[in-house]
Design a protein around this ligand. Structure first.
Ligand SMILES: [Zn+2]
Length: 418
């Protein structure tokens, strides 16, 4: 009986509440100010949360601060003459305002792309969309998460003679970046619906096989729906620590454990005990390496910042890849096509030099180990007005513009590889 009561209590335990939490946009202007922010980050690990890392003066750093530290943090920033502004005044009120009405949820044949969907709905969508386009699409389970959830994938193949070159896209590696799975689903259905309708799409799907994972970090994603909207990492248990989770985008084997990845299990950028410790990362990468196809494109969709980033991610100091000019040319086509839809501006360039260094990342692995020449990390909308809490009414516009961007990139690849 006692056990039953305990279980019931656990089940109703309240979710993490962000009442009064502010998101501050901080703009370090020089190395001294950056150093100070890094000291703050190290000393207040777990008390304040950095939504972006303080490693460059070229871009702002966004920090989530709980109410009781707000005055102190602002005083410290003022004392160091570091410019800041309040980006979101009350994070919980934004979360609350975005709660969907369960009566409005549409799945199955009426799947509503203009709302955010749960883990279960996304995985079911993989079955539904492939069944609806069964002549050219199939579903399969690409990996299983730490907590035993299925990670489902879509394969698009229009057949033909011989083995085609292949494209791999994934969304949702970071749990709280909800617009990523939503966008990956939108562009996938747009490609499927336009095969045989739009001559560019027909040419693209006839040229390449596609493997698409809408939601990779399924445990983390589920957790953002039930317990903590701001969760980023996986949900694995770290031995010797009360802190859960590994940053799956610091867990890839290529240059694992270098710059911009933490050795602390409590950090949001924890690299994990070893490369590929996370089954979500290990499972998908091993599938790709064993797929017996030549991959020419690898895209990992994130949010937010509106960036189209190419290798290298692991350092800003290495000589850039020999393919750099081609990376830029194709990225320029993608972001121009993207901007033509709703006027949304993206910046493109090598990751570490454009944003900051992060080792053990998907994009470097995709480029070097998988050998996909066009390997990118894409940071979707916005630039910080809502950050990870992008309102659902921006899903479709984000999908529409990203669809044009990937079409332009794929057309570039069709030209190159035909
Ligand atoms: Zn991310």
């Amino acid at each position: 009986m006692k056990t039953l009561i305990l279980l019931a209590l656990v089940a109703v335990a309240s979710a993490v509440c962000y009442d009064g939490y502010q998101a501050l946009r901080v703009e370090p202007a020089n190395e001294l100010q950056l150093d100070f922010l890094n000291t703050l980050k190290n000393e207040l690990e777990g008390k304040i949360s950095f939504w972006s890392q303080p490693r460059t003066t070229k871009r702002p750093t966004d920090i989530l601060v709980q109410p009781r530290f707000q005055d102190d943090i602002k005083e410290l920033l003022d004392a160091k003459q570091i410019k800041y502004s309040v980006m979101i005044d009350d994070v919980q009120s934004v979360i609350d305002s975005q709660a969907r009405s369960e009566d409005d949820v549409k799945i199955g044949a009426d799947f509503d792309y203009s709302m955010y969907h749960t883990y279960e709905e996304i995985q079911a969508w993989v079955f539904e969309i492939t069944a609806a386009h069964s002549a050219i699409a199939q579903q399969f389970q690409i990996a299983t998460s730490t907590e035993g959830r299925a990670i489902n994938a879509v394969k698009i193949s229009t057949g033909g003679i011989g083995t085609k070159k292949a494209v791999y896209w994934q969304g949702g590696i970071h749990a709280r970046e909800w617009v990523s799975p939503a966008t990956v689903m939108f562009i996938t259905k747009s490609l499927l619906e336009n095969y045989g309708v739009d001559s560019d799409v027909t040419e693209i799907l006839d040229a390449f096989d596609f493997y698409i994972v809408p939601s990779l970090n399924v445990d983390g994603y589920s957790y953002t729906w039930t317990r903590d909207r701001m969760w980023r990492k996986t949900r694995s248990v770290n031995s010797g620590s009360a802190c859960r989770g590994v940053d799956p985008n610091r867990n890839y084997e290529y240059e694992w454990g270098g710059e911009g990845a933490s050795t602390s299990a409590c950090s949001d950028t924890y690299r994990g005990p070893n490369a590929f410790s996370e089954p979500e990362v290990a499972g998908t990468t091993s599938f790709l390496l064993n797929a017996n196809q030549e991959f020419v494109c690898f895209i990992d969709f994130h949010s937010y910042s509106q960036l189209w980033l190419a290798p290298w991610s692991f350092t800003a100091r290495a000589i850039l890849p020999l393919d750099k000019d081609d990376h830029d040319e194709a990225a320029a086509k993608a972001v121009n096509a993207l901007a033509s839809v709703h006027g949304t501006d993206y910046i493109y360039g090598p990751s570490a030099r454009t944003l900051y260094a992060a080792s053990g990342c998907s994009e470097d692995w995709g480029y070097v180990t998988l050998g996909a020449k066009y390997s990118y990390v894409v940071e979707l909308r916005d630039t910080g007005r809502y950050g990870f809490l992008l309102p659902a009414n921006q899903i479709i516009p984000t999908g529409e513009e990203t669809y044009e961007a990937v079409k332009a990139l794929c057309k570039h690849m069709v030209e190159e590889y035909k």
